[in-house]
Design a protein around this ligand. Structure first.
Ligand code: FPP
Length: 238
């Protein structure tokens, strides 16, 4: 099972308690660790976290730098934990504008975990769904010009190989916290048939127990993939 999470509400969580927004992000990062740890026993094989969007650069400079500090610290402190727990990490997004030292840490972590297969963790950092599609088209166009690729060979499966999530299954479920009911440019291509679940909890309050409840709700929904119910039943019973 693949779950994507839009972790929203850190700022409101902090403001409600009279703390600066950066404190909310720090609490949010603690929650990230707990949620990751709880995944295997909940049957989650892949988790994709929306950590920083292409739009987040427009936040106040001090908030952007406090988030970058947080990512830097997180990568440093969790590095060995991730490697030793058979986690394969993949970063989604346009990495170019990120600070060089963070980028190096990210590349090192991806390289060191490339053969792990216990759990797949995608971290969307400077990620935008439209940006991903445009970057993929650019890569594909280069191959059209330089390789033996013909226009007629372009189809959905081929295009999938150019995305940041190449080779991965699409998310079964997308969870967004803090009551907002939007995708906000998250995994636009990959969420075509994902179930969407919106929680009122602010991200720092979203516990592994909340994740478990979300999965139970997901399991109670019928997934249609645009098919008639009778055909789905046949597929499920097959
Ligand atoms: C949205 O809350 C959250 C973010 C923009 C950042 C998400 C980052 C983390 C949870 C921290 C660490 C992540 C990792 C992977 C280590 P918001 O600030 O938009 O909240 P608001 O809508 O209440 O203002």
């Amino acid at each position: 099972m693949h779950i994507g999470i839009i972790m929203d509400g850190n700022g409101r969580w902090a403001a409600n308690k009279g703390f600066p927004r950066s404190f909310g992000h720090r609490k949010g990062a603690k929650r990230v660790s707990e949620i990751i740890k709880s995944c295997p026993e909940l049957g989650i094989r892949t988790l994709t976290l929306y950590a920083f969007s292409t739009e987040n650069w427009s936040r106040a400079a001090h908030e952007v730098s406090s988030l970058m500090r947080l990512f830097r610290g997180y990568l440093q402190t969790k590095y060995l934990d991730i490697i030793n727990n058979n986690v394969k990490v993949k970063f989604l997004g346009d990495t170019n504008p990120l600070p060089t030292d963070i980028l190096k840490q990210m590349q090192k972590l991806e390289f060191q975990t490339k053969d792990n297969d216990g759990f797949y963790l995608n971290i969307a950092l400077n990620y935008g769904g439209r940006d991903e599609i445009v970057r993929s088209i650019r890569k594909l166009a280069k191959d059209l010009l330089s390789k033996d690729l013909k226009i007629d060979q372009i189809n959905e499966n081929l295009f999938h190989n150019y995305l940041d999530t190449a080779g991965q299954s699409d998310p079964d479920l997308i969870i967004r916290t803090a009551g907002e009911k939007r995708l906000s440019n998250f995994l636009l291509w990959q969420t075509t048939y994902s179930e969407l679940l919106f929680s009122e909890k602010l991200w720092p309050d979203f516990t592994p127990e909340c994740l478990k409840k979300s999965i139970l709700e997901f399991q109670n929904r019928t997934r249609k993939f645009g098919l008639e119910t009778s055909k789905i039943e046949k597929l499920i019973n097959h």
